[in-house]
Write a protein of this length. Structure first.
Length: 95
């Protein structure tokens, strides 16, 4: 079976859903579904989706960190470790 192109019309999804799921799952790629010539959805397997979500979470943390640096909300390494040790000690006393 020859894999479908990476872009397919919605009729392909309607008429060949099981085949599309197999192609996406086995091929490890995404397929963009179009409606009236415009991209509407992307079909991907769950493993790829989970990797994508993890990558987006890391990028979001990086964006927050860059914003903190730009705004001057930074600590020295020594100050960060001092705060962390104090929080650990406080939690240990409360336990």
């Amino acid at each position: 079976m020859e894999p479908a192109p990476a872009v397919q019309p919605i009729t392909y999804l309607k008429n060949r859903t099981a085949q599309l799921v197999r192609e996406v799952t086995d091929g490890g790629r995404t397929v963009t579904i179009t409606q009236n010539g415009k991209a509407k959805v992307v079909v991907m397997d769950v493993a790829m989706y989970e990797r994508w979500r993890g990558a987006m979470a890391l990028l979001k943390m990086l964006a927050h960190a860059e914003a903190d640096v730009t705004a001057g909300r930074v600590l020295t390494q020594a100050a960060a470790f001092t705060r962390a040790e104090a929080a650990i000690d406080s939690a240990a006393r409360d336990a």
